[in-house]
Design a protein around this ligand. Structure first.
Ligand SMILES: Nc1ncnc2c1ncn2[C@@H]1O[C@H](COP(=O)(O)OP(=O)(O)OP(=O)(O)O)[C@@H](O)[C@H]1O
Length: 446
């Protein structure tokens, strides 16, 4: 069987880390099984969907490296949904209902007051021709419900195991609103059939939808795909994430200097039995992927954990990979030695910019003890300088001054870099060079 999966966001906001986790797991599942990943915009809600959000979602997925094999827009496929609706009507599985929202509300309240579950009573099935004519004359538009079979629907969920929903306790779902627009269910199933989706991997928010959807697959003459419902990712406080509220968006993370592979490394392993470690490529995550490793416990997104992974990742990146990005930060002259010196001290790649003046100048040195610095300047070695220079020089300063430890090193760092702490001076010193070092030790801006 060819594995075909889809990520189906509504373009109503920016992707958050929860959406990204589902997209990534779909993509990894497809690639681990030699299959295909589809991006499908669930944009039938024309009022809230925008082209800008659709583009931003595509850009976010591309940034993560989740290249899609196919892309579709539900708003361009309305004819297919109408054809499916016609078939369901002809088969007696889609029926018109004429209640107004107030009438439905009243019915629900009455049922609840009698201690009954607020399940739709199917009165739409028994509307007389006269009543129908009356409603039409009043200008009412019917909404359309899918007639469920009142039975238990079971499926073997790849994450939740044996799952079932008793459809007797569900209202027949509305598939088409009074204004003729489609709710999520019908377009989703029609697309999954047409695009031959083999596995639906999505958030747990869709578990109860699965039973009516399975019946809908069958009513449209198709075999339902396999399902995996993953627990929803929450914030560290346990609060939910929402695309519409703009929480934890990928765009924000990118803005903060977080690397795509740091996000992928975290989201591919969060909520699994595997250790969370930095991975430098999606291929590595594909090799390690097993959907059976995802647990049912609610995973929490911890920004500090991501920041920590990001710093670790930067440490592993070769200069060839970061050179264009350093250039984009205005550091065209930064070379491999600079990158190797600073990479361990960056929270985000943008931080490299703050270290550039330390090697290229000018900076204002911090002079704590001028006499000591003069003593140190006097024993500065002649060039050429390399990684051994710092050790040789500080040994000489130690001999000359009798200082050691922090008392020896800290004033040198303050003078040479103007900062309390930072990259290893062994690596920085040859980049600063003798002239600038000497000037800074005497308190000059250099
Ligand atoms: N917090 C979350 N954790 C994991 N998956 C999620 C989370 N929220 C949504 N998803 C999944 O993301 C996919 C895209 O869903 P959808 O576009 O409806 O996102 P959403 O964030 O729920 O949107 P909105 O906030 O606009 O309702 C679905 O598979 C959905 O189950």
């Amino acid at each position: 069987m060819t594995v075909i999966v889809r990520f189906a966001p509504s373009p109503t906001g920016l992707l958050h880390v929860g959406n990204a986790r589902v997209a990534l797991i779909n993509w990894l599942f497809a690639k681990a099984h030699g299959g295909y990943f589809m991006l499908r915009y669930d944009d039938t809600d024309q009022a809230r969907s925008t082209e800008e959000f659709a583009e931003a979602i595509g850009a976010d997925l591309s940034w993560l490296g989740l290249v899609w094999d196919k892309k579709a827009w539900q708003s361009k496929r309305l004819d297919q949904y109408a054809a499916a609706a016609d078939k369901l009507k002809a088969d007696g599985r889609l029926y018109a209902c004429w209640e107004t929202p107030d009438e439905l509300d009243f019915k629900r309240k009455r049922q609840l007051a009698r201690g009954l579950p607020p399940v739709y009573d199917r009165s739409g099935l028994h509307v007389s021709a006269a009543d129908r004519a009356k409603y039409e004359a009043e200008g009412r538009q019917p909404h359309w419900r899918f007639k469920l079979e009142h039975k238990d629907v079971r499926w073997d969920d790849l994450t939740r195991g044996d799952s079932h929903v008793n459809c007797t306790s569900l209202s027949d779902p509305v598939l088409i609103r009074g204004d003729g627009t489609y709710l999520y269910t019908l377009p989703s199933v029609v697309d999954d059939i047409e695009f031959e989706v083999s596995h639906i991997i999505r958030g747990e928010d869709h578990v109860t939808n699965s039973a009516p959807q399975i019946q809908l697959f069958q009513a449209l003459g198709a075999v339902p795909p396999a399902f995996a419902h993953l627990p929803l990712l929450t914030d560290i406080s346990g609060a939910g994430l929402s695309k519409r509220l703009g929480s934890r968006s990928l765009a924000d993370l990118r803005e903060q200097g977080i690397e795509a592979m740091a996000v992928n490394s975290l989201l591919a392993k969060l909520g699994t039995s595997d250790a969370i470690e930095i991975r430098s490529s999606l291929d590595q995550l594909v090799d390690e992927f097993d959907i059976g490793h995802f647990s049912r416990a609610t995973p929490k997104f911890d920004p500090n954990e991501l920041a920590h992974l990001n710093a670790k990742l930067l440490h592993t990146l070769p200069f060839s990979q970061v050179a264009p990005r350093l250039a984009a930060l205005g550091l065209e002259q930064a070379d491999e030695a600079f990158w190797d010196a600073v990479k361990a001290n960056l929270a985000g790649i943008g931080d490299a910019a703050q270290w550039w003046p330390v090697v290229a100048g000018p900076i204002t040195p911090v002079v704590e003890d001028g006499a000591f610095l003069a003593q140190a300047a006097a024993v500065l070695p002649e060039g050429p300088w390399d990684h051994a220079t710092w050790g040789a020089w500080t040994n000489a300063v130690k001999q000359a001054s009798g200082r050691k430890g922090r008392e020896l090193f800290h004033p040198l760092r303050l003078a040479l870099t103007g900062r309390e702490n930072g990259p290893e001076l062994k690596l920085l010193l040859p980049l600063i060079g003798r002239d600038k070092a000497s000037a800074r030790l005497s308190g000059q801006i250099a």
